[in-house]
Every structure is written in structure tokens, then in C-alpha cells.
Design a protein around this ligand. Structure first.
Ligand code: HEC
Length: 141
């Protein structure tokens, strides 16, 4: 009995340490996103594409999460993209037609992986009207 209580306490402390590490990764990812990506992928400009230079990041997330539903492949695919945007690997052909190919930006791989983790599971903001846009463009499902 005593042993199982000790084991249970050990289990609790291990899982909460993992949760804290994960939270600080997401927090850092959010800051890095603000620094390196938000000028183009932020909420400024809303859903008015003529006022934007790139799709909002919530739209990028939506396009990637279907093909890469697990965190590992999601994070790696986004990190590969940022390292070298390549029109043959796009998930967002319409965005390239509208905005042109994303330019190369210099961010180290570690930081991009934190940013991608934040895009995967952080509380990313969506511009007003995004949900209506999804319904119009892709049907209500
Ligand atoms: C100077 C503007 C700019 C910055 C800064 C920028 N992007 Fe982009 N990004 C674009 C544009 C424009 C597109 C849409 C065209 C395209 O897909 O290439 C895009 C598309 C994307 C896509 C979808 C690619 C596809 O076609 O499937 C991802 C993923 C992405 N950006 C991630 C990021 C991340 C992460 C950052 C920050 C590290 C970032 N971008 C910073 C302009 C930018």
C-alpha cells in the first residue's frame, strides 16, 4: 500500500514536470512567433485578404493539421518549410497564387520547432470572421 502511494506520487510529479516543460515550450514558441512570423501571419488585416501579405496562421494550421495530425510530423513539416519554402511542397496553392511564395527567413531550427509546436497546440488567435470564411470556402463540416 505504502509503495503504491509512493509510486502514485512519483507518477504525479513526473507528469506535472512534463506539463510544465511543454507549457514553457509553447510560451517561448508564441514569443518567437510574434518576433519572426506575426508581421505577415498575425491578425492584422483580419480576413480582408487585400489588406494582408500572407494568410493568418490559423488558416495555415487548418491546412496542415489534416495532413499532419500528429505533433511530430506537423512540427517537422513546418520547420522544413521555413528552412526552404518550396512551391512543390505547398499545402496552400491558393495562398501562393494570391501572395506569391513565402520569402526565405532566417530563424534557427530549434526556434522554428518551438514556433511550430505553438502553432500546433497553442491558443493561436483567429481574425474576426475566420470561422465564416471556413464555412464558405470548405462547407460546414
Ligand atoms: C514576409 C512575410 C512572411 C513571414 C515573416 C513569414 N511568412 Fe509564412 N508565408 C508567407 C506567405 C506570403 C505565405 C503564403 C504563400 C506560400 O504558401 O508560400 C506563407 C505561407 C506559410 C506556410 C504555408 C506554406 C504552404 O504553402 O503550404 C507556412 C507553414 C508558413 N508560412 C510558416 C511561417 C512561419 C512559421 C513563419 C515564422 C517563422 C513565417 N511563415 C513567416 C509570408 C511570410
Amino acid at each position: 500500500m505504502k509503495n503504491s502511494i509512493q509510486l502514485f506520487i512519483l507518477f504525479l510529479s513526473l507528469t506535472s514536470t512534463a506539463a510544465i516543460a511543454n507549457n514553457s515550450e509553447i510560451k517561448k514558441g508564441k514569443q518567437l512567433f510574434q518576433t519572426h512570423c506575426a508581421s505577415c501571419h498575425g491578425v492584422a488585416g483580419g480576413m480582408n485578404m487585400s489588406k494582408r501579405t500572407a494568410p493568418p496562421i490559423i488558416a495555415v494550421r487548418k491546412h496542415y493539421i489534416g495532413t499532419y495530425p500528429d505533433k511530430f510530423s506537423f512540427v517537422n513539416t513546418i520547420a522544413d518549410w521555413v528552412e526552404k519554402p518550396d512551391r512543390n511542397k505547398t499545402q496552400m496553392r491558393g495562398a501562393i497564387r494570391r501572395f506569391g511564395l513565402m520569402p526565405n527567413i532566417t530563424v534557427n531550427r530549434d526556434d522554428v520547432e518551438k514556433i511550430a509546436a505553438y502553432i500546433f497546440e497553442g491558443d493561436i488567435e483567429s481574425p474576426a470572421g475566420f470561422q465564416d470564411h471556413v464555412k464558405q470556402m470548405h462547407g460546414n463540416h
